[in-house]
Design a protein around this ligand. Structure first.
Ligand code: 13P
Length: 254
């Protein structure tokens, strides 16, 4: 059975106590959900809340992810967190290359590629974020930007049997805007992303090991229109995931 991914990216929005409360609320909502066998629900809090939230989620079936990782395993890398550390704390997923990090922290496709390799080596599932800016879109560069991010982000990466990789297509210009892209456009783009993978990955790997999500102003009203599209395997949710009343209808999208 193929899974539907709903991934909460809390960014830097919640204070520690708020994050703990939101994790408990989400776990409670998940517990009461019917027909959830095919749902993979993931929470990505700040690094500082990972240990506490791991304990809350551990018995629930809701999974934990981090919002970033460093590519080295160990050493003199002040402020950095390794993939093995995240794994030991109970993370299953890691978001890599979010547009906010690309823009504000100059994260490059090269460093993103190293982080994906480190995550896979540690047994984490990377969530590679890609997306075009409004200017790039206006200039007709959307496809070339996305393919460049996919090609360079995944350079020299060979998924082994049992490895998974998620790609989140998040058009930069709709993130946090309250206005998602048209689900039909998202579907066409996601299908094109999957086709672009076929140029450098075996078809079996693309079909079985790689899943493509949509992100950008997903809310309770529009979530179903995205998740009902055949090429959209899930959603990456920012703003609507930090408020339980807004997140409930997303979890209950069916
Ligand atoms: P919003 O859902 O707030 O638009 O954020 C999307 C996002 O950036 C998730 O990673």
């Amino acid at each position: 059975m193929s899974k539907t991914y709903i991934i909460a990216n809390w960014k830097m929005n919640l204070m520690p106590k708020e994050a703990i409360l939101q994790a408990k609320n989400i776990a409670k909502e998940y517990k009461s959900l019917k027909g959830k066998k095919d749902l993979e629900l993931v929470i990505c809090p700040s690094f500082t809340e990972i240990a506490a939230i791991a304990k809350i989620l551990q018995p629930t079936g809701v999974f934990l992810g981090s919002q970033d990782v460093f590519w080295e395993e160990k050493g003199s890398y002040t402020s950095s967190i390794s993939a093995n550390t995240l794994k030991e704390y109970g993370c299953k997923y890691v978001i890599i290359g979010h547009s906010e990090r690309r823009k504000l922290l100059n994260e490059s496709n090269e460093s993103i590629n190293l982080k994906i390799k480190a995550a896979l080596k540690a047994g984490l599932i990377p969530i590679l974020c890609i997306g075009e800016t409004f200017t790039e879109r206006q200039a007709g560069q959307k496809e070339s930007v996305l393919f460049d991010q996919v090609l360079n982000g995944l350079k020299d990466i060979w998924l082994k049997k049992g490895d998974s990789l998620l790609i989140a297509y998040e058009p930069v210009w709709v993130i946090g805007s309250g206005q998602a892209v048209d689900p039909d456009e998202a579907e066409i783009t996601q299908a094109a992303i999957k086709r672009s993978l076929l140029e450098f990955m075996p078809a079996g790997v693309v079909a079985d090991n790689i899943f493509v999500l949509y992100g950008g102003s997903v809310n309770g009203m529009n979530v179903k229109s995205f998740l009902s599209k055949p090429s959209i395997d899930g959603v990456l949710v920012g703003g609507a995931s930090i408020d339980i009343e807004k997140f409930k209808p997303i979890i209950n999208y069916k």
